[in-house]
Design a protein around this ligand. Structure first.
Ligand code: PGA
Length: 272
């Protein structure tokens, strides 16, 4: 009721009908859509002003706005740690979602920097590749395949697999790999969390294909990486920003830090 009242006030002040309801659904009118677009522009201008004012203080103030896909959440905090220690007065807003959710943020121009392994090529963006993101097959340590030295992918496609939800970049990479190798998987369960997938694999519910980062940076339960031919699937991490958007000094410094120091830190951790 509070929101409806505010919407009514807004419609009265604009002098236009902003939305219509059909059944229980709400649809924005053309006027409503334009008002939304104008609102976004206003917030964008205010955000820019904030970062321009912060730039006047060098790297001593301001907010670094980051949005990353779920698999990147494993390593980004480890890279943010030393960065924030170097610039203790900055704030960081750190959003996490699957590929589709991060694309929605990118379309709304919510953040300074986005991290994807499958950037949306159809959008007007800057894309910089910065590190590898290999995908591996995992199984419970108790699984008979855990002892096998060399496994053909064709031999495991009938095993039950646990798969990420649609909208996930990991799933997209797996589907692309399957199409290239003319395979289909026996998907037993769809789970929208890397952590839950690892626990389900540890419980023997099936095999899964996950980013190696999701193993290196968290307490992996009782699981192991299988030695499967044609694996790991080669993927990369990309830093993405909206083309033409003015980057704050903090964001520029963070991109530079990721490219020059972050990559080495990731490599060190992966080989640890
Ligand atoms: P996601 O992230 O599977 O959570 O979408 C990884 C990726 O985009 O590759």
């Amino acid at each position: 009721p509070t929101v409806s009242m505010q919407l009514k006030k807004l419609a009265d002040s604009v002098g236009e009908t902003l939305y219509e309801t059909r059944g229980r659904k709400l649809y924005f009118t053309d006027a409503g859509q334009r008002l939304i677009a104008a609102g976004r522009e206003i917030f964008d201008v205010i955000g820019r002003l904030d970062s321009e004012l912060a730039d006047l203080h060098g790297l001593k103030a301001g907010t670094l706005k980051l949005a990353v896909v779920t698999t990147a959440k494993y390593f980004i905090p480890h890279l943010l740690g030393p960065f924030c220690a170097r610039f203790p007065e900055i704030d960081v807003s750190f959003a996490i979602g699957n590929r589709e959710q991060v694309i929605e943020r990118l379309e709304r121009n919510d953040d300074d920097i986005y991290i994807f392994s499958h950037p949306p090529r159809e959008l007007d963006i800057n894309v910089v590749q910065f590190a590898p993101n290999p995908l591996v097959v995992i199984a419970s340590r108790a699984h008979p395949l855990a002892q096998r030295k060399r496994i053909n992918f064709g031999d495991i496609v009938n095993e039950p697999f646990l798969m990420r939800e649609s909208g996930s970049g990991t799933r997209l990479a797996i589907e692309t790999f399957l199409a290239q190798h003319h395979h289909t998987l026996n998907v037993r369960m769809t789970i929208s969390s890397n952590e839950a997938i690892k626990h389900a694999v540890a419980e023997g519910l099936g095999l899964a294909i996950v980013s190696q980062h999701s193993l290196a940076y968290s307490s992996a339960p009782d699981i192991c990486v299988l030695n499967v031919k044609n694996f790991p699937i080669k993927n990369d991490w990309y830093l993405v920003s909206v083309r033409g958007k003015r980057m704050s000094k903090i964001a520029e410094t963070f991109v530079d830090y990721l490219q020059h120091e972050g990559v080495a830190m990731l490599r060190q951790k992966a080989s640890a």
